[in-house]
Design a protein around this ligand. Structure first.
Ligand SMILES: [Zn+2]
Ligand SMILES: [Zn+2]
Length: 308
């Protein structure tokens, strides 16, 4: 799975294909089909709570962990919490932290250029949303793009055995459902119901909210800063992803742990990171300096078309 080759250095849109015979495609289809069980299994409020908790927890692990920490090093933390973020993020079934962050760093280095792996501007909605993930060409982790974290053996382990955290999560939810059913039958839970809501439905929701950052925020929204790409600030995506929709802000100043640059730009990940900083779990949260704010241009989406 690891490579020292330039597998992600020179993407080639003409030869990129979805691998319909691949394990990733099969898994994605099965996860979506499994959602249909919602029409057969009984509902319970406990299962809905499991859905929400697992969605929020893993969204945070992806936004704060995989994105703002592993990809951009926008704050600091200890090795234990680094692993916690890596484990929880990997439980989202979007591969491991090294794979995720290496491909994301490549996106920033080539945003909306010809060799951007998932630009909706050059490759369209479906490819940027999900197609690129199912392409054999991008299966490997280019460790040369992420040497700063590849030096940790526990992160390399997570990246290699990326199915272990999601499988353990599904098993834990199943056990919790069975135990609750036996101990508190009034809650009306079952093992399968907890797996469906806490794992399948929340994972598929998280797939698409995460994928929307790639497929929508380079097309729909407002541009505050003139960047060399088509990144946009999109409030709807920001709400769905705990702050990742402020994508034009982010492309202009990726080193910031805060992506909503103003109080009205809701960024739940940033607020959560601040709370964790009070407890000393994270530190050195990097924020945009004054000169970044001074460069706002209020370009409209129309003007952005003329001045990408
Ligand atoms: Zn982007
Ligand atoms: Zn980024």
């Amino acid at each position: 799975m690891y490579t020292s080759k330039t597998s992600t250095d020179a993407p080639n849109a003409a030869s990129d294909r979805v691998n319909f015979k691949g394990f990733s495609f099969l898994g994605l289809v099965l996860m979506h089909l499994a959602c249909l069980l919602v029409f057969w299994l009984d509902f319970s409020w406990t299962a809905l709570a499991a859905y929400l908790v697992m969605l929020v927890l893993r969204t945070f692990a992806l936004t704060a962990g995989f994105h703002r920490y592993f990809s951009h090093r926008s704050f600091q933390t200890g090795r234990l919490f680094q692993f916690v973020l890596g484990w929880l993020g990997t439980a989202a079934m979007q591969r491991g932290p090294l794979w995720w962050a290496a491909h994301h760093r490549h996106h920033h280095a080539h945003s909306d250029a010809e060799n951007d792996i998932h630009s909706p501007v050059t490759r369209g909605f479906w490819w940027s949303h999900v197609g690129w993930i199912l392409c054999r060409r991008y299966d490997e982790t280019n460790l040369r793009l992420i040497p700063d974290f590849a030096k940790y053996p526990e992160l390399r382990w997570l990246d290699r055995f990326f199915l272990v955290p999601p499988l353990l999560l599904a098993l834990t939810l199943y056990g919790a459902g069975v135990w609750l059913n036996a101990t508190f039958p009034a809650l009306q839970t079952t093992g399968l119901q907890m797996v469906l809501y806490g794992f399948v439905l929340s994972t598929v929701t998280l797939y698409h909210t995460t994928f929307c950052v790639n497929s929508l925020t380079h097309v729909f929204g407002r541009r505050r800063f003139l960047t060399g790409d088509q990144s946009r600030n999109n409030a709807m995506v920001a709400l769905l992803t705990m702050g990742e929709g402020w994508h034009n802000n982010h492309h202009f100043y990726p080193a910031s742990a805060r992506q909503g640059f103003y109080w009205w730009e809701v960024d739940m990940t940033w607020w959560t990171l601040r709370m964790l900083a009070w407890f000393g779990i994270v530190s050195h949260l990097h924020t945009p300096p004054a000169h970044v704010y001074a460069q706002r241009t209020r370009v409209t989406s129309q003007a952005a078309q003329n001045h990408p």
